[in-house]
Design a protein around this ligand. Structure first.
Ligand code: UT7
Length: 330
């Protein structure tokens, strides 16, 4: 049995942080941000909104879109790098709020590739028959771990959530192939140093601002440009297709230059590539579902289209999916 996405939902907080707002708080310019990243604005959660709050709204919308009752959900995976708490899993908080009392629930941490990891994993539970209905959610409140005085990082990230309901679909459609990769040698390139077992939170870690994310942007940029196109090609080959068969590409929304490099490697015109990084910045695990859902709503993906989804993130991790979009809903 192939797994397919049979419903989606998203949520972004109302608060908008524009490049002009950032110009007032740190030494950056609108022109630099647009030229180097393509980002114009990002959404920022209200102080009382935690990651689970965003995840619940996206999850409810995805279930409604799929016409699935919460009691039919067998498994909830919340892919996030900004859990409400170190433990318990944010997925358990979401399970309770959704009333999905039959569902198993766990969190998945795979950097910005989390949603692709989550969908790949879910497709296996469905393929084996272990589960029939899986809810995968990518949700982040990255604004909580960003130092808005650090211009190397604060221009990039935003908050948001997106969710997908996966169910068995006809074997000619749905997720035809996926592959997930990791290279821990690149782990130092993007970390949140304090608050874990290596460096428990202390007055000193707070004074040194080690409770904020730190990033070597240039190294991640080079890795992403090297990797995204190749990952897409490999997974297409696994599914028995080649690059000319791609109807639409949904890449991780991190930087317009990275997206354009992937499109060039795949010989794809930008009309066949989803871009909304300008509106949301990099929302990490929410980026792919926000982009995919918007593409669906805009009618840019039709039943029967061959979609490639490709992402990368801290870890380092990267992954790709080939989906034949189902005709109608199961
Ligand atoms: O999901 C994974 C998460 N991470 C990423 O996706 C990050 C990937 N990396 C990137 O997107 C890019 O590397 C950045 C957008 C972070 C940086 O762009 P870049 O073209 O690699 O710039 P750079 O780091 O090479 O810096 C160029 C210059 C530097 O000045 P000098 O050394 O040339 O004098 C920086 O100090 O730009 C300066 N700079 C800035 N200037 C204005 C760096 N950040 C800023 C800024 N505003 N925000």
């Amino acid at each position: 049995m192939n797994a397919g996405i049979v419903g989606m939902g998203t949520y972004v907080p109302e608060g908008v942080l524009t490049n002009a707002d950032l110009e007032k708080i740190v030494d950056v310019s609108n022109d630099w941000i647009i030229e180097r990243t393509g980002i114009r604005e990002r959404r920022i959660a209200e102080p009382e909104q935690a990651t689970s709050d965003l995840a619940v709204i996206a999850g409810e919308r995805a279930l409604a879109d799929a016409g699935v009752d919460p009691l039919e959900v067998d498994l909830i995976i919340v892919c996030t790098n900004t859990a409400d708490m170190t433990f318990p899993a944010t997925a358990c908080l979401v399970q309770e709020r959704l009333g999905a009392r039959r569902a198993a629930a766990f969190d998945l941490v795979a950097g910005c590739t989390g949603f692709v990891y989550g969908v790949g994993l879910s497709s296996q539970f469905i393929a084996t028959g272990a589960y029939r209905t899986v809810l995968v959610i990518g949700a982040e409140t990255l604004s909580r771990v960003i130092n808005y005085q650090d211009r190397n990082i604060c221009v990039l990230f935003g908050d948001g959530a997106g969710a997908a309901v996966l169910r068995p679909v006809a074997s000619s459609s749905g997720i035809l192939a996926f592959r997930l990769w990791a290279d821990g040698a690149g782990a130092p390139f993007l970390t949140l140093p304090a608050g874990g077992s290596r460096m428990p939170t202390s007055q000193e870690t707070v004074d040194k601002k080690l409770h904020y994310a730190t990033m070597n942007g240039r190294e991640i940029f080079k890795f992403a440009v090297r990797t995204l196109g190749e990952a897409a090609l490999e997974v297409l080959t696994m599914a028995g297709f080649n690059q000319s068969d791609i109807d639409f590409l949904v890449p991780h929304q991190a930087n317009i230059r990275i997206i354009e490099a992937a499109a060039r490697r795949l010989n794809l015109p930008m009309e066949k590539v989803m871009v909304n990084v300008d509106c949301y910045g990099n929302t990490s695990t929410a980026s792919i579902p926000l982009a995919l859902h918007e593409a669906l709503q805009e009618g840019r993906i039709k039943g029967g289209d061959l979609i490639v989804i490709v992402s990368f993130g801290t870890g380092l991790t990267w992954g790709a999916l080939v989906i034949k979009w189902p005709d109608g809903k199961n």
